[in-house]
Design a protein around this ligand. Structure first.
Ligand code: F6R
Length: 259
């Protein structure tokens, strides 16, 4: 695991946006795995700015998002379809139809999950998978005790996750209880993984992910099994790391020769 620690959240987002633009420069027809949530807003803003400046193109790329709430149609204001349209797709040159998410309003959500998993496999799996981190250690909506080899399926969200995401809804009780999420096994098939976390609320989960035991209690710890993971943190999210000085010696100020 490569651990890059930046002074602040802005620099961490710059770093992640740089990793994505570098990937698209190297492999323009990449299959991207995308995430939603508050953490990614700064990354997508930077990608839009880079696109406007002519330094990145999504014209040959395609993407699969990690997850969607069961029961929300793509035009629902709190759906992840809507989030992606507003935060990225409507502002860059990703071709129409090239950005995929599970359909939260599918009549048979389990069949939709299986269809989505097959579509990812048929695309040759994810090239670069972007991840945020739940305060409880989830990746996608793979909540603690998820199978470490799970595929795309329906998960019941924990109370803590529903509470954390209530800020995006008018009323807390409107947050759906179920989501379709890529599995941990799906994520682990990606060629490379970039995980971004910032703020003190992510410090405990970041430490468990990087330095804790490989355990379904912290689903993100499954990334320890992956051969190409870059974890990008700000100082606050790195606070709980026992080997923090070591990571800072290897990559001073989060600098990475690959960017
Ligand atoms: C979003 C997702 C989640 C979030 C995580 C962090 O598609 O899959 O795992 O990345 O819950 O959310 P924020 O960024 O809102 O703290």
């Amino acid at each position: 695991m490569k651990v890059l620690i930046h002074d602040d959240a802005g620099k961490a987002a710059d770093c992640v946006s740089g990793l994505i633009t570098a990937r698209l420069a190297r492999a323009p027809a990449s299959v991207l795995g995308l995430a939603t949530g508050g953490t990614m807003e700064a990354v997508y803003a930077r990608l839009i700015a880079a696109h406007r400046a002519g330094t990145v193109s999504f014209a040959q790329a395609r993407s699969f998002n990690l997850d969607e709430y069961v029961g929300l149609a793509p035009d629902h204001p709190c759906s992840y379809w809507r989030y992606m349209a507003e935060q990225l797709f409507d502002h860059v040159d990703l071709p129409a139809g090239a950005g995929a998410l599970p359909r939260g309003d599918a009549p048979d959500p389990e069949a939709e999950a299986a269809r989505y998993e097959a579509a990812i496999a048929a695309a040759g799996d994810i090239g670069l998978q972007l991840l945020g981190l739940g305060a409880n250690g989830h990746i996608g909506f793979n909540e603690p005790t998820s199978s470490l080899s799970s595929l795309t399926r329906i998960k019941t969200l924990t109370r803590a996750t529903r509470a954390a995401n209530a800020r995006f809804f008018a009323q807390p009780e409107e947050v759906p209880r179920l989501a379709i999420t890529m599995g941990i096994g799906t994520i682990l098939r990606a060629e490379e993984v970039v995980l971004l976390a910032y703020g003190p609320g992510k410090a405990e989960a970041a430490a468990a992910m990087i330095e804790g035991p490989l355990s379904a209690s912290c689903p993100a710890s499954a990334l320890q099994l992956h051969r190409k993971v870059t974890v990008v943190l700000d100082r606050a999210a790195a606070e709980g790391l026992a080997l923090r000085e070591y990571y800072e010696d290897v990559h001073p100020a989060g600098r990475d020769a690959a960017i």
